[in-house]
Design a binder for this molecule. Sequence first.
Ligand SMILES: Nc1ncnc2c1ncn2[C@@H]1O[C@H](COP(=O)(O)OP(=O)(O)OP(=O)(O)O)[C@@H](O)[C@H]1O
Length: 256
Amino acid sequence: MTEVLRLEHVSKSFGEKQVLRDINFSVDSGEIIGYIGSNGAGKSTTIKIILGLIDEYDGDVYVFGEKAKGTIDYKRRIGYVPEVSDMYDNLTAYEYISFIGMLYGIDSEKAVSKAKEMMEVFGISDALYGRIHTFSKGMRQKLSIVTGMLHNPDILFLDEPLGGIDANSVLVFKEIMQGLKTMGKTIFYSSHILEVVERLSDRILLLNAGEIVMDGTMEDVRKKRSDSTLETIFNEVTGFNDHKELADRFIASFMS
Ligand SMILES: Nc1ncnc2c1ncn2[C@@H]1O[C@H](COP(=O)(O)OP(=O)(O)OP(=O)(O)O)[C@@H](O)[C@H]1O
């Protein structure tokens, strides 16, 4: 196995607020990493640092063995499906795909024909000439998955990729992930849908308040904890067991 990603002592603050504290981990090629944590734990920030979208941070990030800061070469080998896609809404899907293809040096016709087939799989190829601002949330997300993979990346970063995606397409998506894994692709996957994370991941990294508090395979994790699902383990590790009281409080607030 070849190491494709390493974070050493990565810390990040926004103003006074420290978001990441001394993050250390490495990832080998072909691994599927489930990166989980509560809202605001710092998952997207970590991914953006790795991708070079945030460049002010402490510590070091190595991608494909090279220090990431100031380098852009590795970006061609990386795919990114962001949590919220920043698309050019006035473009048609066709135009957007051609544009993304161009950024990656893929001929426009080739990019569109590849993307059209991928869109067919997700049942949205009819929208190829539609303007993106007319797309539903799920359609946008599917287009984002298509464009994130168009250039056949070696590592794929998926930040909550299933938002708005229908149950049938989720099944297809899970099979795609398994297929990519068989091909030796590396997948770094962040999601709150723990049932999917549990099923897909070789390894779980759990981020709590900016620190990695768990790093292991599902088997390792289960051995250490008596609970059997990732959801209960997540609740336990993040010290969360008052959901009933919180729900009662929430209801009481608007009833008063
Ligand atoms: N550009 C920014 N400026 C200031 N604060 C930021 C910025 N980006 C993120 N933060 C803060 O950093 C913290 C971590 O945010 P991040 O988006 O990484 O969390 P996350 O784990 O991905 O959360 P979620 O599960 O809700 O998507 C949050 O408190 C957020 O408000």
